[in-house]
Ligand binder design. Structure first.
Ligand code: G3H
Ligand code: 13P
Ligand code: ZN
Length: 326
């Protein structure tokens, strides 16, 4: 058993308390490789923001569990080296079973999500409770989910949205003992969230459902998945340099800012980062076809990613200058 505290990580409990009180959201950025981790950490240190490093089951497989531990430890030391100590959470994104969550807890994760959202309600309660009981023995925090997002939820595919039913949230939180709850209010995963024609506005998020949930579990940390905005300038750049991403659309940053000022205290962003890296890499490949050193295209990709994350932190999530309890 490798406890996360040995790696210098923290769980999400105090971060969420402060975020709910302060009306901002903690960034939860996914990573699979070194450049993404460098971009996340340097962006968060420079903006003095706490951060949740998210690893999906697929990312865990891709990056190798042993390397991940050292990367997480390295991330903590890298942040210190950059001159500012920030709280770093290592979180399993969309955990699909008790065994996956247990294995992450045993190998240095400080937080896990158990995604039972596709299960019948009582089964979701049972599985989430089982994970919570195990995780809390090690002071690891747990995120549960109620309601299904359209798109791909990791290996759980769903092509329809089923919004969270506010009448279930209080019972779910009470019965499971979860530390935070992901809800479905109209966001979805990936780069094609809404079927909109060019120039058309995507449908607004269901703030009425969010408010109903908040009323039933006042002050309880709420999480938004599928919160990429799919910046149209980045999509245009990808297409300009040979990409093919038609009708990509995301959630407006204004709506995310509004959500962050409520009990939404964790906002998950992955696709926007993938787009930023892809745009930068395509640009190098087109403009400098003679380059073959990976540092020459991964470096610009890392820079663009860092710029994107700083923008999210400062202008969307509001988590800049919010490092506390360190
Ligand atoms: O919600 C899913 C995340 O974007 C992670 O995606 O399973 O392709 O790593 P992944
Ligand atoms: P996006 O695909 O909108 O970036 O969502 C990421 C996410 O929810 C990870 O869990
Ligand atoms: Zn997600």
């Amino acid at each position: 058993m490798l406890h996360y505290k040995e790696l210098g990580l923290v769980n999400s409990r105090e971060l969420f308390k402060d975020a709910v009180k302060g009306g901002y959201a903690i960034p939860a950025f996914n990573f699979n490789n070194l450049e993404q981790l460098q971009a996340i950490i340097s962006a968060c240190v420079e903006t003095k923001s706490p951060v949740i490093l998210q690893v999906s089951k697929g990312a865990r497989k891709y990056a190798n569990q042993t390397l991940l531990q050292y990367l997480a430890k390295g991330a903590v030391e890298y942040a210190n080296e950059l001159g500012y100590k920030i709280p770093i959470v290592l979180h399993l994104d969309h955990g699909d079973s008790f065994e996956t969550c247990k294995s992450c807890i045993e190998t240095g994760f400080s937080s896990v999500m158990i995604d039972g959202s596709h299960l019948p309600y009582e089964e979701n309660v049972r599985l989430t409770k089982q994970v919570v009981e195990y995780a809390h023995q090690y002071d690891v925090t747990v995120e549960g989910e109620l309601g299904v997002l359209a798109g791909i939820e990791d290996e759980v595919s769903s092509d329809h949205t089923s919004y969270t039913r506010p009448e279930e949230v209080e019972d779910f939180v009470k019965k499971t003992g979860v530390d935070s709850l992901a809800i479905s209010i109209g966001t979805s995963h990936g780069a094609f969230k809404f079927k909109v024609k060019p120039g058309e506005e995507p449908p607004p998020l269901r703030f009425d459902i969010l408010e109903e949930c908040e009323k039933r579990i006042p002050g309880f940390p709420i999480v938004l998945h599928g919160a990429s905005s799919i910046p149209q300038d980045i999509v245009a750049e990808i297409n300009k340099y040979g990409g093919k991403m038609e009708n990509a659309a995301g959630v407006s940053e204004d709506q995310l800012r509004k959500a962050a000022s409520s009990a939404v205290c964790k906002i998950n962003i992955d696709s926007d980062g993938r787009l930023a890296m892809t745009a930068a890499i395509r640009k190098v490949f087109v403009e400098k076809p003679e380059e073959f050193d990976p540092r020459k295209y991964l470096g610009p990709a890392r820079d663009k990613l860092k710029e994107l994350y700083k923008h999210k932190i400062v202008n969307v999530l509001g988590s800049a200058d919010k490092v506390v309890n360190i």
